[in-house]
Each structure stands twice: as structure tokens, then as C-alpha cells.
Design a protein around this ligand. Structure first.
Ligand code: HEC
Length: 216
């Protein structure tokens, strides 16, 4: 069995221990392998609705309430609480003129268009106008927007490029865009404050000129 015939008794003894250890190690390896295979078998669940064993459930499921989940702590039972009364978003100036003819007149006297007239601002005004106003008042401002022409909108939108309407102070325009006018709905939160001023700039500076020249 051993090639070296001059092995001492001690060496033979040690070698036999090593051999036995190797056998044991092999045994352990086989047993571990069997356990691992069994574990894989057990953890493969055929029921797709079950997640099986979860290793860190407290990390998967938050203890905090989900935004729209019911909440027993608050009086109204909701987790998502409304902002405190009177809260306003950063940079937003609440509109302070009442929705009355007097309110509009006052806005006309007090509000000043803060936007500088330049290419960029006019382009932005045109962009917003084409999105929010043109469907009724028309791309050229004459009141021939798609919604009205196609018969979807019942009330004829006025032309925006008549002397009377163009001569309204910017503040009145801002008032109308913000709070609406009769059947025309308000654009209070749909258009940013500075963009409302840019729309007015665009209508008065560009749309008016282009169209008054070749209108009527
Ligand atoms: C859904 C259709 C619709 C849209 C969109 C719309 N308007 Fe109007 N608008 C009307 C109608 C209808 C009137 C007439 C309401 C009335 O009798 O006062 C009107 C009236 C106005 C007036 C008042 C004109 C006057 O008689 O003094 C202004 C100014 C005006 N719109 C500007 C705008 C601007 C600017 C936008 C885009 C931000 C816009 N409108 C978007 C339908 C619309």
C-alpha cells in the first residue's frame, strides 16, 4: 500500500489518520450536498402566489404607513395629510383680486407685466398660447379655434386681436387668464404666473401685429 518500505510506525499511524480524515471529509461533503439539494427542492414552491420563506420581512414591509393607507392616528383617518391651511408653494404668489368686475379693474390698475420683451420670452408665450388658448381663440387669435370650428364648443370665443380687447391693461388680461371669464374656465394653476405674463406679451406684441395688418 505504501511505496516507501522504510516508513516508521509513527508515520504509518499518521498516514492512516490522514486517510480517515479524508474519508470523513468526503462524508461531510456528501451530507452537505444532500442537505443543500433538499433545501433547494423545498424552497422551489410551485404555488406562484406564495413568496415562500422571506429572509428579511421587516425590510420588505415598511412599518410606516403607506401614503394612501387608512390611518387610525389622524382624526380624518388618512395618512396623507393636506398641507397646513395657508401654505403656499415656493415662489408662488397667491392671486389676491376677487373674481368681480371691480377686482378685474383693480388688477388692471395695479398689476404690471414683469416680463422683459425678448425673443425667448415671446417664444415661450407663443408656446403656452398654442397649448392653452389656441384651441378656442385660434392660432391667429381670431376666435376660430378647432374646438369651436368643429362644433365641440358651444360658445363662440371672441377674437383676441380687436382694438378693444388688446387695449385692456395687462393686469386685466392676467385677471381673466387666472380666474376665467364667464364660460371660459380659469387657468389659475394650469399656467405658471410668469408664463401667463409671457402669453400676454406674445398676444399683444406679436399675435396682434401679425393679424391686425392683414385682418378685416
Ligand atoms: C375652452 C375655450 C377657451 C380657451 C381654452 C380659452 N378661452 Fe378665452 N374665452 C373663451 C370664451 C368663450 C370667452 C368669452 C367669455 C365671455 O363671454 O366673457 C373668452 C374670453 C376671453 C377673454 C376676454 C375677452 C373680452 O371679451 O374681453 C380673454 C382676454 C381671453 N379669453 C383670453 C384667453 C387666453 C389668454 C387663453 C389662454 C390662456 C384663453 N382665453 C383660453 C374661451 C376660451
Amino acid at each position: 500500500m505504501f511505496k516507501n518500505r522504510f516508513l516508521s510506525r509513527k508515520n504509518i499511524f499518521l498516514s492512516s489518520i490522514k486517510l480517515r480524515m479524508k474519508e470523513k471529509l468526503l462524508q461531510y461533503l456528501v451530507i452537505t450536498l444532500i442537505i443543500v439539494v433538499c433545501q433547494i427542492q423545498i424552497s422551489c414552491d410551485t404555488d406562484r402566489n406564495s413568496r415562500g420563506y422571506e429572509y428579511t420581512p421587516d425590510m420588505v414591509y415598511s412599518k410606516a404607513y403607506e401614503t394612501y393607507a387608512p390611518n387610525p392616528i389622524f382624526k380624518d383617518g388618512k395618512t396623507a395629510q393636506p398641507p397646513v391651511k395657508g401654505t403656499i408653494p415656493t415662489n408662488m404668489v397667491p392671486y389676491q383680486y376677487p373674481d368681480t368686475p371691480d377686482g378685474m379693474e383693480l388688477a388692471g390698475q395695479e398689476l404690471i407685466n414683469p416680463i422683459e420683451q425678448n425673443k425667448e420670452n415671446l417664444a415661450r408665450g407663443k408656446y403656452e398660447y398654442n397649448i392653452f388658448c389656441a384651441n378656442c381663440h385660434g392660432f391667429d387669435g381670431r376666435g376660430d379655434g378647432n374646438l369651436y370650428v368643429n362644433g365641440k364648443y358651444p360658445s363662440e370665443p371672441p377674437s383676441l386681436i380687436t382694438e378693444v380687447i388688446l387695449n385692456r391693461p395687462d393686469g386685466e388680461w392676467y385677471h381673466i387668464i387666472t380666474l376665467g371669464s364667464a364660460i371660459m374656465g380659469p387657468f389659475a394653476s394650469l399656467i405658471r404666473s410668469e408664463d401667463k405674463w409671457k402669453v400676454i406679451l406674445y398676444i399683444k406684441q406679436e399675435l396682434s401685429k401679425n393679424n391686425l395688418n392683414n385682418a378685416q
